[in-house]
Design a protein. Structure first.
Length: 451
């Protein structure tokens, strides 16, 4: 039996895909313009726009979204009467963190031990390339059988909601019968997976003040209320003894009944040090996909180097709270703020400010699009069946699209499997996964059009 012509075409296009991903990764497109030049994000947006024009897309536009960033949009008309599929990815990336900790420069795509390393290679510039590969393979094998809309977001990693607000203000723009979000990932390399749920999130900044100014710890320590110590007490109150998240009024006993995550595999994926226990209760899948999880993202306090013997007058922290489907993120924000205020000791002055929020998401996995994707993934990954998993991260746009287009089917696939180490140093993408998922997406569009 001869190989699938779609697979043959994608394989022949992989050198071009690597060259293009190299160009795209080189843009330092972090949508935090206090840290990175706006020109880098704008250049990345123009690269995506030019790529769409080269593939024959019409109405290609850089959309100025309310958060000051740009999303790239284009339409590739299909046959008359064909369904419309929206393909999503984002070209913005997380900051590289400690660049010195990268084995190779974060903004230079580098091949090493069979993987391509670079910030955004998997999350989610690789998703942009995946969409392009799938469409090119279809064009070379009879044409694209559906109308395709592409939207590439410019601020997904910041959670500032620019594209969400733009879509709400222009509700006709992204209408589609099916939406493929290319910002998730397989449970394991080689195991085709769709993401059925996403946790929602909220970001809250906390400030505690106790004194008019710092004081000498020898002269005043022991009676003067220490704002940093008060903050530590508050942060500690957000976890039980076993590490489970404990926000007053927020339940945490939900269970995950899908694909399970073995503890040994999780320890390896998470690089947990020998002898260190996992936190929380229940299965690993319960903890990361079905239950709330609080994380202290940062603390403003004096660094150890250069610290003085002082009682601190003020201290700040940024807290992230992930919430599972079924929990309203806005209500979770109120509960978190109330908890912080109630657990602040010694009458210290406390203020809380919400700076980001996204609702959880649950897909309808019984839809015809999921049946087409299961068949496509089975062909792209011979011998494997499509699996359903959750994801602890958030993609707030999913809920916006679900609310705007309730009739649309939404599928989440992508390149962010555990070895990709997204958001960490040495992020990478498996070129084999890029190839197979591009094949799967192309086959899906064919099968969906025929369904």
């Amino acid at each position: 039996m001869s190989p699938n012509p779609i697979a043959e075409t994608v394989a022949s296009l992989m050198p071009k895909a690597k060259a293009e991903l190299t160009e795209l990764v080189a843009f330092k497109s972090v949508a935090d313009f206090d840290q990175f030049p706006r020109s880098e994000s704008e250049a990345a947006a123009n690269w995506v726009a030019d790529a769409l024009r080269a593939e024959g897309f019409q109405d290609v536009a850089l959309l100025d979204t309310p958060d000051g960033t740009q999303s790239v949009y284009g339409v590739l008309p299909g046959p008359e009467g064909a369904p419309t599929v929206l393909l999503y990815a984002h070209y913005d990336v997380q900051p590289p963190l400690d660049e010195a900790a990268w084995t190779t420069p974060p903004f230079e795509l580098t091949e090493r031990e069979g993987r391509w390393y670079g910030r955004g290679s998997a999350d989610c510039k690789g998703g942009v390339i995946m969409h392009l590969l799938a469409l090119r393979a279809l064009k070379a094998n009879g044409g694209v059988p559906v109308t395709v809309k592409v939207i590439a977001e410019g601020s997904e990693e910041m959670g500032t909601g620019g594209l969400e607000r733009y879509a709400e203000q222009h509700p006709d723009l992204l209408t589609a019968d099916t939406i493929v979000i290319g910002d998730a990932g397989n449970f394991r390399v080689g195991l085709p997976t769709v993401t059925a749920t996403l946790r929602g999130m909220t970001l809250v900044r906390v400030r505690i003040d106790t004194l008019g100014g710092n004081l000498h710890s020898g002269q005043f320590g022991g009676a003067a209320p220490d704002a940093l110590a008060a903050l530590v007490r508050v942060l500690d109150s957000l976890r039980a003894e076993d590490g489970s998240t404990t926000v007053d009024g927020l339940t945490g006993d939900e269970v995950w009944d899908g694909l399970q995550y073995e503890e040994d595999a999780f320890r390896k994926d998470a690089k947990v040090l020998d002898g260190v226990e996992l936190i929380g209760a229940g299965t690993v899948a319960d903890r990361i996909w079905a239950r709330p999880a609080v994380t202290v993202l940062g603390i403003d306090c004096p660094p150890v180097v250069g610290a003085t013997p002082s009682v601190q007058a003020g201290a700040r922290a940024l807290i992230s709270l992930r919430v599972p489907p079924g929990v309203d993120a806005a209500e979770a924000t109120k509960l978190l703020q109330a908890h912080v205020e109630a657990h602040t000791p010694w009458g210290a002055q406390v203020t809380t400010e919400q700076i980001g929020q996204g609702q959880a998401f649950r897909a309808d996995t019984t839809s015809p699009a999921y049946a087409a994707m299961a068949e496509a993934m089975g062909e792209a990954y011979p011998g494997e069946e499509m699996q359903y998993a959750g994801q602890g991260g958030s993609i707030p746009l999913c809920n916006t699209l679900a609310a705007l287009y309730p009739q649309a089917e939404i599928l989440l696939i992508g390149l962010s499997e555990p070895e990709a180490q997204i958001h960490a140093v040495n992020e990478s993408v498996s070129p084999e996964e890029l190839e197979r998922l591009s094949v799967a997406e192309a086959l899906f569009l064919q099968k969906y059009a025929a369904s």
